[in-house]
Ligand binder design. Structure first.
Ligand SMILES: Nc1ncnc2c1ncn2[C@@H]1O[C@H](COP(=O)(O)OP(=O)(O)OP(=O)(O)O)[C@@H](O)[C@H]1O
Ligand SMILES: [Mg+2]
Length: 351
């Protein structure tokens, strides 16, 4: 029987959803519907539910309006409330690893373990004189933000089937590309935060959440040009290339300056990854950008310069088929990659 899952990406003041249908046998999942809905300011910001009842109403209205054929959804743990660290753990069952994580991660957790959901994603198995161990990514997500989000979707009549770590969902949508052996960096530049995930095919090697995004640029334009938030966003979005002179050039310079924090965080992420694999270097082949902030003027060139890699925006989502009415949308997946990846995660689990 066909099963449908809707991946729901609750971003900064926006809901994005992708309905995916899983078919029997070897057939690829089909992306059937993509939809988004702006949330009024003050409902969700930086992954925090600020106004629960309003989010419940908005979700219910979104479902009616978009006409999704399933109430089964997959959610993302919001960006600023999750973190991941590379860690070695002794080889044992996934259940035992999960139970041991609070002790093994003591000292590196930002808050008490009982306030977090913890999980471990093994990447490689090592054998040395002390025995066998998994090298992998330990993921911690703040319970409260996930519980708040889950309560809202449940109150809206939806059934959360899975809460996924946002970077893994992004990788799942992007990393199925034909070149499974290549190591790519996927960077999603949102409004309030950005994700960097380095992966070999579908295997995550490194993850960072950066607390910078498009809002930094809007704030800088508002402050320096004395414009409103909407005007700032328009100035940014209307600018395609470096202006020759005048006010536009001044705005361009402000945008470049406001991108500095994000860019230096991206650079230090690449540097750290290189340093931690200095003995056996893992060369990257490409950077793929997504998120609204990927369209910031000058950002593609700046990331190409700091990474010395080719940078692609709007890479295709691979490993899926597209419904007929989405043939055009399939080349503009930048905004929807995360929602699609969330839905795909649930199907891959075979549940
Ligand atoms: N054409 C464009 N040029 C420049 N910036 C843009 C463009 N379109 C959108 N943005 C910026 O991208 C950001 C929104 O990106 P996105 O929609 O991916 O964020 P989000 O998912 O809502 O946020 P988050 O992931 O942080 O919760 C905003 O800062 C917006 O101004
Ligand atoms: Mg986002």
């Amino acid at each position: 029987m066909a099963r449908r899952i809707v991946g729901v990406d609750i971003g900064f003041n926006i809901l994005r959803a992708a309905q995916v249908r899983f078919q029997r046998g070897d057939h690829l999942p089909i992306v059937e519907k993509l939809a988004e809905r702006r949330l009024p300011p003050g409902v969700v910001e930086y992954g925090d539910v600020l106004d629960g009842p309003a989010l419940v109403r908005e979700l219910a209205e979104f479902w009616r309006e978009a006409g999704f054929k399933s109430k089964h959804i997959a959610l993302a743990a919001s960006n600023l409330h999750v973190f991941a660290r590379e860690m070695a753990v002794p080889v044992m069952s996934a259940q035992r690893i999960r139970e041991s994580l609070p002790f093994m991660m003591e000292g590196i957790l930002p808050v008490a373990p009982d306030q977090l959901y913890l999980d471990f994603y093994p990447v490689e198995q090592h054998v040395d004189e002390t025995g066998q161990s998994y090298m992998g990514l330990a993921v911690a997500a703040e319970r409260k933000s996930i519980d708040d989000m889950t309560k809202c979707v449940t109150d809206a009549g939806l059934r959360p089937m899975q809460v996924d770590f946002a970077p893994f969902a992004l990788m799942r949508a992007r990393g199925l590309a034909s070149k499974q052996d290549e190591v790519c960096a996927y960077i999603d530049i949102g409004a309030g935060s950005s994700i960097v995930i380095i992966a070999r095919g579908q295997v995550p090697l490194f993850v960072r959440i950066i607390p910078n995004g498009g809002n930094d640029i809007d704030d800088a334009l508002v402050f320096n040009l004395k414009v409103t938030n909407d005007e700032a966003a328009k100035i940014k979005m209307d600018m395609k290339e470096k202006p020759k002179s005048g006010d536009d050039l001044h705005a361009w310079d402000l945008i470049q300056a406001a991108s500095t924090d994000l860019l230096s965080a991206v650079k230090s992420t690449f540097d750290y990854f290189a340093q931690s694999h200095a003995k056996e270097p893992i060369p990257l082949t490409q950077v793929v950008l997504s998120g609204g902030g990927a369209h910031t003027p000058g950002i593609t060139e700046a990331i190409a310069a700091i990474s010395a890699l080719p940078v692609e925006v709007d890479g295709n989502v691979s490993g899926v088929e597209w419904a007929h009415n989405l043939q055009k949308a399939k080349h503009k997946t930048s905004d929807m990659a995360l929602a699609i990846g969330l839905a795909l995660g649930r199907g891959q689990d075979g549940n």
